[in-house]
Write a protein that binds this ligand. Structure first.
Ligand code: SF4
Length: 393
């Protein structure tokens, strides 16, 4: 039985207790997909049982379908949340629910799961279509995004994790879901499962499919893209004030971070082609490029040599804890150091190690974006304070 977004009111819970007493002798279970499970309802009781749950607003017939989106608390209540996972889940549930009768059977049983950050409390890593919240800088504004993660297995005891494909602005995720599912229906071979489809089509084709959706209009054209789901406040824009941001200036660090993402994607293609060793080297090079972008934002004079970049990154970002994540601490930076060691020592990478290293590289690059945005916000706040002080002098 579906609990939309995993929510139930006190009245509904009291009524569920009565229903449990009436039909299943007192016991019910909560499920890992945020639903309620009644075991052993007799077939003869089903019509009455359905009327009882329908009467309390819980009779939707979409449990374990694509409409039944799982989401962690995200920015609603979690201090670690980056993007609104519940807001996105609510929107997807509404849009998919509206067209659920038209959905192709192959799509209907896919699972969508959303986490507000990489920690995966929303289980995005084991969803057919998963999302985790990140932020990206667009024209000087922080914009909520979700990393699209495809092909995770909820079945087979969560037998496989999904792979990150692209960072898409939060407000364009419903379009991304539509594109991906329509593409799946069009290109699917016979009874091909979604995971097999993703593996066969390849990440590049899906990334190309989503390419247009990674772009958003400028803030003066449509500001809605600069807000998050369910929150009318502009994401950062309100704090910065019109005209006080860095405007059109794209920093060198942002170029480097964007380049590192492209390089990591190339690494994933190498991995897809069975070239694990090359994929690992390319993923490390992508991490190094991201680190270089951060280092140069603090010390433009640093040389491009690998040793210098790593030393400066360690000194300026790791030792100072500037790069540290409030939840993961220094873990993501340590992924970078470990990858360096792995490549430097010339260790052989089997496919499993390569997959792990590429996932760690993605987390490192996401963390580099986060660190850059934090630093940028600090500088902008300092400029605002200085401007305000000068104006009132
Ligand atoms: S995934 Fe992140 S945002 Fe969601 S509940 Fe866990 S820590 Fe919080």
């Amino acid at each position: 039985m579906t609990l939309p977004l995993g929510d139930a009111s006190a009245d509904q819970l009291r009524a569920l207790a009565d229903i449990a007493r009436r039909f299943v002798k007192d016991t019910l279970r909560t499920t890992v997909e945020q639903n309620i499970l009644f075991r052993w309802v007799s077939e003869a009781d089903l019509p009455e049982f359905y009327q009882a749950i329908k009467a309390i607003g819980l009779g939707a017939a979409d449990a374990a379908t694509i409409v039944d989106v799982t989401a962690c608390p995200g920015t609603d209540t979690c201090k670690l949340g980056i993007a609104s996972s519940r807001g996105l889940a609510r929107e997807l549930r509404y849009r998919l629910g509206e067209k659920s009768l038209e959905l192709d059977a192959a799509v209907k049983n896919l699972r969508i799961k959303v986490s507000g950050c990489f920690n995966s409390c929303g289980q995005h890593h084991v969803a057919d279509i998963g999302f985790y919240g990140i932020n990206r800088n667009v024209k000087g504004f922080q914009v909520p995004h979700f990393q699209v993660v495809l092909g995770g297995k909820f079945h087979d005891n969560a037998g496989e994790y999904g792979v990150p494909i692209a960072a898409v602005p939060s407000k364009r995720i419903p379009e991304a879901v539509l594109s991906i599912t329509e593409y799946y229906v069009r290109q699917r071979v016979k009874d091909e499962r979604f995971q097999d489809f993703v593996a066969r089509i390849g990440k590049k084709a899906i990334k190309d499919l989503l390419e247009d959706l990674t772009k958003i209009p400028a803030p003066d054209v449509d500001r809605s893209y600069y807000t998050d789901w369910g929150d009318p406040r502009e994401f950062t824009l309100a704090d910065m004030g019109v005209g006080e941001c860095a405007g059109e200036v794209v920093s060198q660090a942002e170029f480097a971070l964007a380049a590192s993402e492209r390089e990591l994607f190339e690494a994933q293609l190498l991995l897809d082609g069975g070239r694990s060793q090359d994929a690992v080297k390319a993923a490390y090079a992508a991490m190094l490029h991201a680190a270089q972008g951060l280092v140069k934002s603090q010390n433009p004079a640093v040389s491009d040599g690998e040793n210098e970049i790593v030393a400066e990154f360690t000194r300026r970002f790791y030792d100072t804890q500037l790069f540290w994540d409030k939840y993961a601490g220094g873990k993501f930076a340590e992924y970078f150091f470990k990858a360096r060691e792995f490549v430097r020592d010339g260790k052989a990478a089997d496919a499993d190690r390569a997959v792990q290293l590429l996932q760690e590289a993605q987390l490192f690059i996401d963390a580099a974006h986060g660190c850059h945005n934090r630093l940028r916000a600090t500088v902008e706040t300092a400029v605002k304070i200085e401007n305000a002080a000068q104006a009132s002098a």
